[in-house]
Design a protein around this ligand. Structure first.
Ligand SMILES: C[S@@+](CC[C@H](N)C(=O)[O-])C[C@H]1O[C@@H](n2cnc3c(N)ncnc32)[C@H](O)[C@@H]1O
Length: 269
């Protein structure tokens, strides 16, 4: 007989999962930030594929003890897809866990096309993206009336080319709240492009592994963005938020508390 976790037993009145692929946003890392739907799927799924470099293992504590757990960090899409197809054709439910929200930088477009081609049913379940979790930790509103009303989510060109019309300096010209994913390895270039338009007093929040045990959040003036990134040796899982809203942080003194893991070193406000 199937063994159920405690969380599973609280959902046992729900019907069993249909064989399909459930593309689930796991949120930024803190298991408490999973959606209720993501939790329900995790406690019931037969098979869980997860990007081990981006999803902490604690999230998997919810899974059935007899679930098949497959890490995918070292696998290509060509290897992952046949696994999903085979399991669903064997009448199993498959959760494909992605960090944050699957609509952002999750390479699900190609996965979904191939699943559709193979006539495998799939669903997408949204999650909390890194920028939302970081804004919550920073206690900022990214759209403060009279200061900033637009949020831009982007990245700098790396392995994936950003279209020319979306070049970072062009985005910086809006001086909006700009959330920069996947850019830590190109931080000098990012800083230079941003400073073409943001005033040098603008603050940037450097947010490393928000929601993980080793989370680190540093807030510095824009001209210190690259230096600080290097000093802290941040190369992965780092999100930058550049925003006029950052100088409006409420309750900043709490961030100086010695027990607080954050470092906040701004010049204005
Ligand atoms: C492959 S993308 C996935 C983004 C994800 N779908 C989301 O919505 O947050 C990975 C990048 O997202 C950002 N990221 C994801 N999780 C993060 C976290 N917990 N803390 C900081 N940045 C994170 C970093 O910029 C990282 O390089």
């Amino acid at each position: 007989m199937t063994e159920y976790t405690e969380a599973e037993s609280s959902y046992k009145t729900l019907s069993l999962l249909a064989p399909a692929v459930y593309i689930v946003g796991a949120g930024p890392g803190d298991p408490d930030l999973l959606t209720v739907k993501a939790q329900k799927l995790l406690v019931r799924a037969d098979v869980i594929l997860f990007a081990d470099s981006l999803v902490p293992e604690e999230i998997l504590n919810l899974c059935r003890k007899d679930a098949e757990i497959i890490p995918t960090a070292n696998k290509t899409l060509e290897e992952i897809l046949p696994i999903m197809v085979e399991r669903v054709r064997s009448h199993k439910s498959v959760v494909r866990l992605h960090s944050g929200d699957p609509s952002l930088y999750s390479a699900i477009h190609e996965q979904m096309s191939l699943l559709a081609e193979a006539e495998i049913p799939f669903e997408v379940i949204p999650g909390i993206s890194a920028f939302q979790a970081a804004a919550a930790k920073l206690k900022i509103e990214l759209t403060i009336p009279g200061i900033v009303q637009t949020i831009i989510l982007s990245r700098i060109s790396g392995n994936t080319e950003v279209p020319k019309r979306e070049e970072l300096a062009a985005l910086a010209a809006h001086q909006a709240s700009l959330c920069l994913y996947l850019s830590a390895r190109h931080v000098e270039n990012a800083q230079a492009r941003l400073l073409e338009h943001y005033p040098a007093v603008t603050l940037v929040a450097i947010c490393f592994r928000v929601g993980w045990k080793d989370e680190k959040i540093l807030v510095v003036p824009l001209p210190e963005m690259a230096k600080c990134t290097h000093r802290e040796n941040l190369t992965r899982t780092t999100l930058y938020i550049v925003s006029p809203a950052l100088s409006q942080v409420i309750g900043r003194s709490r961030l100086y508390h010695p027990e607080h893991k954050h470092i906040f070193r701004g010049v204005s406000g």
